[in-house]
Design a protein around this ligand. Structure first.
Ligand code: UN1
Length: 498
């Protein structure tokens, strides 16, 4: 029997008002039902937002180091449950076991990091132009934050948002993807276990079109953080921007790896296999374009295709499997749509893959072969649009400048990488690439949580996740300026006295 899960509102586990439910399935074997969840609507969302609002003043009043200590307890539990929760990530989301465990590890890292931020949360002091007057800044929580997360990092991305939001003194309504609702529920249950005060963290399960839509439309929010597609991100912005509430949007990517003629080719191949086909290409940081210097194009292509063909596809819980399934049937159809466009409209040559993988046990899952295209041009659709699957476009560059031009010729700007042994070129590329993240001699994926994470152009709207000051803490706090004039006079800044 699949496990029955509930919403978590005001410190209690409750059903949806409608009593309706939905299921989440194992994408490697859709006969395996992972869990049954409340299908929430506007009424459940309203209960959760009210609970978060009610809890806010008390939570805000707890000193930040003490809030951090509570989060530290969650970090300890999370670390102890890593194997169990990591296996669940693989079962519900499909990424291979090592990556499932890595997903939880990223959350553990974030938990400890943000718990300790409770003892920092620094402001600044600045000198006044007047005597006997001091100026400083302090960080204050924003209020009730709605956190809407995708399925591709079912524990890590919620952790990126929940830990900084809470340590800064905000209260939260968390709406995870319906595809990875069990991971979200197990994660939230850790906060319940350590006794987080009621209403501080609320979990509402459901569909984006129902619970998600109700949440972004709720008038009780002070902030919202969303990770997902650019289309949905735009919709969120259209709804919340007129209300002037903080909205941090983390969206798509069309990330690039540049391979220069002086690169260590085997290293570059390794990096591109990991960045292109790790997590079955379903990372917003995945490298779906590889721009290769013409002198090494053929060598790289041969080695890369050979490696991709050998990747072992299957249920990620099994030993030796290197690539799991796509998340659902829609994702497979989306990849197939791009394969059709590449063939019929852009007439690009496919080097390998292009089909569903249905051998043996895989017939009950959403598996797809690693797919590589040859000599793709910047105008081709597969070089411009985010596919979110195991599809990589190889592109040829005449020289370094040309490679940078191709790299920057897309509407997204999250992650990027260059393989070269020339330190000057590496530094030049690091400055010239239009992206929030640049890697030198390594893959585009695997950002560490202590660094700010986010992108430019269509990828984001100017906020950063993760990291401390200059990163997530900016999103989850409002800066307040406090000035004390201890001169006993009304001194006038900027005014010249007669
Ligand atoms: C995402 O795909 O939305 O840098 C996040 C990485 C991971 C996070 C990816 N740490 O690939």
């Amino acid at each position: 029997m699949p496990k029955q899960y509930l919403n978590y509102i005001n410190g209690k586990w409750v059903t949806a008002v409608s009593r309706k439910t939905f299921k989440s399935l194992n994408p490697a074997n859709t006969k395996d039902i992972v869990g049954i969840f409340p299908r929430s609507d506007a009424r459940d969302v309203d209960h959760a937002v009210r609970a978060a609002k009610k809890a806010f003043s008390k939570w805000k009043a707890i000193p930040a180091p003490k809030r951090g200590e509570l989060l530290f307890e969650v970090a300890e539990l999370l670390r102890k449950r890593k194997t169990k929760l990591g296996d669940l990530v693989t079962r519900e989301m499909g990424k291979v076991k090592k990556e499932g465990h890595g997903d939880v590890q990223e959350a553990v890292d974030m938990a400890y990091y943000m718990a300790a931020e409770g003892r920092r949360l620094h402001g600044q002091t600045m000198p006044s132009e007047l005597r006997n007057k001091s100026i400083r800044t302090v960080r204050e929580p924003v209020g009730v934050f709605a956190l809407i997360t995708p399925w591709n990092f079912p524990v890590a991305i919620p952790a990126w948002k929940i830990f900084p939001a809470l340590v800064c003194g905000n209260t939260v309504v968390f709406k995870p993807s319906n595809y990875t609702a069990a991971c979200a529920a197990e994660f939230v249950s850790l906060f319940d276990e350590i006794g987080i005060p009621p209403g501080v963290l609320n979990l509402v399960h459901g569909y984006g079109s129902e619970a998600g839509e109700a949440l972004i439309n709720h008038n009780g929010l002070n902030g919202i953080s969303f990770t997902g597609s650019s289309a949905v991100g735009r919709h969120v912005a259209e709804i919340v921007a007129p209300k002037f509430i903080k909205h941090c949007l983390e969206m798509g990517g069309k990330n690039v790896v540049i391979v220069m003629d002086d690169a260590d080719i085997d290293l570059a191949v390794d990096g591109c296999i990991w960045a292109g086909f790790g997590t079955t290409g379903q990372r917003c940081t995945a490298a779906s374009r590889v721009v290769i210097h013409k002198k090494v194009y053929n060598t790289f292509r041969e080695k890369f295709v050979k490696r991709a063909r050998k990747l072992k596809i299957g249920n990620g819980l099994k030993k030796g499997i290197e690539m799991g399934p796509l998340i659902n049937e829609d994702a497979v159809k989306k990849v197939e749509k791009y394969i059709d466009i590449a063939k019929k409209r852009d007439k690009v040559r496919m080097l390998c893959g292009g089909k569903r993988h249905t051998q043996g046990e895989c017939k009950y899952g959403h598996f797809f072969q690693p797919t590589i295209y040859d000599n793709v041009k910047p105008k081709h659709v597969i070089a411009c649009e985010e596919i979110f699957g195991p599809v990589v476009a190889l592109m040829k560059a005449d020289n370094f400048e040309h490679a940078i031009k191709i790299a920057n010729g897309v509407e997204y700007g999250l992650s990027s990488a260059i393989f070269t042994r020339d330190v000057n070129r590496a530094e030049y590329a690091a400055r010239a690439l239009e992206a929030g993240i640049v890697y030198i001699n390594t893959a585009t994926i695997g950002a560490e949580i202590q660094a700010p994470f986010g992108g430019v152009k269509r990828t984001g709207n100017g906020h950063r996740e993760a990291g401390g000051i200059g990163g997530a803490l900016e999103t989850y706090t409002e800066m307040k300026v406090i000035t004390i004039d201890y001169s006993g006079k009304i001194q006038k800044a900027q005014i010249q006295e007669d």
